[in-house]
Design a protein around this ligand. Structure first.
Ligand SMILES: *Cc1c(COP(=O)(O)O)cnc(C)c1O
Ligand SMILES: [Zn+2]
Length: 448
């Protein structure tokens, strides 16, 4: 095994600050139990002088690393040698300017952009993270891996595991997974274990299973996965002609994305590659709104890394006492104990972030609008547009600010929510099918 001297792992707890080399698969600080970050010795990395220098890689797309929408930014996540880098062509995504959706949220034409991550190989943004995490797994010689999942992590893990020749086991909550996603993990050959419980139960179990059996964990506790997800922000900047937007809007589930995005901007600023950091809005569903509650009501904050743990402990003790299980039609964010909570608080601090929760009805309506006028997406992704609508109404986001919403997953991931919305006329934008007799004249009368 060869470990580069360009990167290391560091505990996010400033009172601990323990450091480890990248040759270890840890997932939590062995000294204090907190989350770990991937950190870089930037002076040992040849980072391009300006972001637009990365554009030169487009001309070299026969090189698999230059083709990858993650690895073409490889100097910014330089934790392993090229020979370990895994890619199946992730990150060929687009940033779509969308005036019809802008109108729905009361924004001026030309201001709203949708970063469509549904174009990834497994149909969600998770592939960005897996390209990086599986590269780390290869570097440390992993044979078997596992994850807990609301669906998209398992689909992505299953796909990457087989392309790397690794065994994988995925844990999903019984009845809590969208059909498209379940079909993927089975089709891609993962061992799929349905636990009688919700995502948070799966998350607890998988950590113990991984520790006991020495499996490599691919949830967003894995710091290298989050390194890959930084690339979503690089591509938004790329899509804006190497300019930074005013706002990033992202759904909040386990809070890996929001954590990764804040870190990405912090590093770009530190490297002098951007001049200002955009603000961030993180959107929960009201049925799974731990972050919103903790930040807006309980005033939980990063506080230079000294997060008030008692507030979190009390909150979770209350969830347990009430036997609370989160519920939302946006199954990808149906999580009540987000593992990256503290890193997300750090991102809120870095990006002067705000947090909101939106109802399932708002999510379904927003999803129909995105479907009708854009590229379509799954419910969790549509939470961004529903949340943006709130923030516009409150005047927190201006009508002429430049906003990029991350549409995290493909529309076909969750056909049930879509079909029910339209067939059962659940919302303002339902477009139900029309019943017709098998008769030409009658059919012609129905065409509008
Ligand atoms: C995983 C996922 C989320 C939640 O992202 P976090 O990084 O866990 O907050 C949102 N939307 C989709 C489609 C997902 O697959
Ligand atoms: Zn520590």
């Amino acid at each position: 095994m060869s470990i580069t001297d360009t990167a290391f792992q560091e505990c996010i707890n400033p009172d601990c600050g323990a450091e480890f080399d990248c040759g270890q698969a840890l997932f939590k600080c062995p000294k204090c139990g907190e989350l770990l970050d991937a950190r870089y010795n930037w002076d040992r990395i040849e980072v391009p002088g300006k972001l637009s220098d990365f554009a030169a890689r487009w001309a070299n797309r026969s090189n698999r690393l230059d083709f990858s929408g993650v690895w073409r930014f490889r100097e910014l996540l330089n934790f392993c040698e090229d020979k370990y880098k895994v890619t199946i062509g992730e990150g060929q995504t687009i940033l779509q300017q969308n005036d019809a959706v802008a109108q729905y949220v009361d924004m001026k034409p030309g201001c709203l952009y949708l970063q469509y991550e549904g174009l990834n190989p497994s149909g969600s943004f998770k592939d960005n993270g897996m390209a990086a995490a599986f590269s780390h797994a290869k570097m440390v010689g992993v044979k078997s891996c596992a994850c807990a999942s609301t669906g998209n992590t398992s689909a992505s893990v299953a796909l990457y595991a087989h392309s790397c020749g690794m065994k994988c086991t995925v844990f999903i909550g019984s009845g809590r997974i969208a059909f498209g996603k379940l079909s993927q993990s089975m089709d891609y050959g993962a061992q799929t274990i349905q636990i009688r419980g919700d995502f948070d139960d799966c998350m607890r179990q998988v950590q113990d299973v991984c520790t006991k059996l020495g499996l490599y964990l691919l949830n967003s506790l894995n710091p290298f996965r989050l390194e890959g997800q930084k690339a979503i922000m690089y591509r938004i900047i790329e899509g804006l002609g190497w300019e930074v937007p005013d706002w990033i809007v992202v759904p909040g589930g386990n809070l890996g994305n929001s954590s990764a995005f804040g870190k990405a901007f912090y590093e770009l600023k530190q490297l002098g590659l951007i001049e200002r950091i955009p603000r961030m809005a993180i959107i929960n569903a009201t049925g799974a709104d731990t972050l919103t509650d903790l930040v807006n009501s309980k005033k939980l904050a990063w506080n230079n890394g000294r997060v008030n743990q008692a507030i979190i402990d009390d909150y979770y003790a209350d969830l347990t006492a009430r036997n609370f299980s989160p519920h939302t039609c946006a199954s990808a964010i149906e999580i009540s104990r987000p593992v990256n909570l503290k890193k997300c608080l750090r991102s809120i601090d870095i990006c002067n972030g705000v947090v909101r929760a939106v109802t399932d009805d708002e999510i379904r309506d927003a999803k129909a609008i995105i479907g009708k006028h854009g590229l379509g997406c799954e419910p969790a992704s549509a939470a961004t547009i529903a949340g943006l609508r709130h923030l516009r109404a409150e005047g927190i986001i201006g009508a002429d600010e430049r906003v990029a919403c991350v549409l995290t997953g493909h529309a076909l991931k969750d056909p049930n929510v879509t079909v029910n919305y339209h067939k059962q006329k659940q919302g303002k934008f339902s477009n139900p099918p029309v019943e017709a007799p098998n008769d030409l004249d009658e059919i012609i009368k129905l065409i509008r």
